[in-house]
Design a protein around this ligand. Structure first.
Ligand SMILES: [Fe+2]
Length: 313
């Protein structure tokens, strides 16, 4: 019985591998706006909300979008997922997300942000949280290490990709809002200071927008505004499940706030459609945000936005 099970498992494993190979074959799906001058390209999505429902729809939804991304004419330098990776921070949800990424994502880097759904962990129907912060954060740390190859001592971390800095901010407490310690904000400040005047933008991501960060939101905003005219900062967030619209990308001095749509929950069509996000292309003088319906395999050019760099040198 055991032998049969092992053989069956091996056959299934080979079948799944072949399915993955076939899924990733095929003609290119999309190309950058200006391949000759492209410096960096990454995909930004949020709120995948991978759930624990058997045969649920969110893993296939993500897999379908990842296949679109993986067939891009120019390989993605990174895939950013701005929090609420999972519905309830459960180990099985992380496994399912890992499986989708490991079999479908060909981006050179995976940058997963922790959202309130991830850090809250398992909850009762009435919202009571069953586990403490450390337990839930450990699940995220394991996922970072095993799936994204990121080994970090703190829940906040940075990565340099093709000379561009990515900073991931994460909550340090089990609260409704993101809690950023003075140490985390000071760490961000020192990173931004090291890049000011360098001519390249910095991409900062936190699941919560400023309005859903606690009392320390003012300190965070002040740190980013401190570099006005010297450093272009893009602050990419999820959480509000904001449909594409005129308020999705708002620039304030050298800081540009990017509210990402919800990838895993939404409508079947329209600006709040599931399976959507931005293809982000960095050029010498601007960053181009191209709205895409990854599961529909089409651009949504009415929501595109080119942001001219103010501190490009
Ligand atoms: Fe969410």
């Amino acid at each position: 019985m055991n032998i049969i099970s092992k053989r069956t498992a091996k056959i299934l494993s080979v079948v799944f591998s072949l399915i993955s190979l076939f899924a990733l074959a095929g003609p290119p799906t999309y190309a950058p706006a200006d391949a000759d001058n492209l410096r960096l390209s990454f995909t930004a999505i949020a709120d995948t909300h991978i759930d624990n429902v058997f045969n649920g729809t969110r893993v296939p939804l993500l897999a379908e979008g990842l296949e679109d991304m993986s067939k891009a004419q120019v390989k993605n330098d990174a895939l950013l997922i701005a929090g609420d990776l999972t519905e309830g921070g459960l180990q099985w949800e992380y496994y399912k997300l890992a499986y989708a990424l490991q079999t479908r994502c060909d981006a050179d880097n995976i940058l997963p942000v922790s959202g309130n759904h991830d850090i809250w962990g398992p909850r009762l129907q009435n919202g009571t949280r069953l586990m403490n912060y450390e337990y839930n954060a450990d699940k995220y740390f394991d996922f970072l290490r095993n799936t994204a190859g990121i080994d970090t001592a703190t829940i906040y971390f940075s990565r340099e990709i093709k000379g561009y800095l990515f900073v991931i901010l994460n909550s340090e407490r089990l609260e409704d809002d993101t809690y950023l310690s003075p140490a985390q904000i000071g760490w961000l400040d020192s990173l931004l200071a090291s890049r000011a005047g360098g001519g390249k933008p910095v991409f900062v991501s936190c699941h919560h927008p400023l309005a859903s960060i606690g009392d320390e939101a003012d300190d965070l905003y002040a740190v980013m505004k401190k570099y006005d005219g010297r450093l272009d900062i893009f602050f990419l967030t999820g959480h509000y499940h904001t449909p594409f619209g005129s308020g999705s990308i708002v620039t304030d001095g050298s800081v540009t706030f990017v509210a990402l749509p919800c990838y895993g929950k939404g409508t079947a069509s329209g600006p709040g459609k599931t399976g959507t996000g931005y293809c982000v292309e960095a050029y010498d003088g601007e960053v181009l945000f191209r709205a895409r319906d990854f599961t529909g395999g089409r651009w949504l050019p009415e929501y595109d936005r080119a942001v001219a760099l103010t501190a490009a040198g």
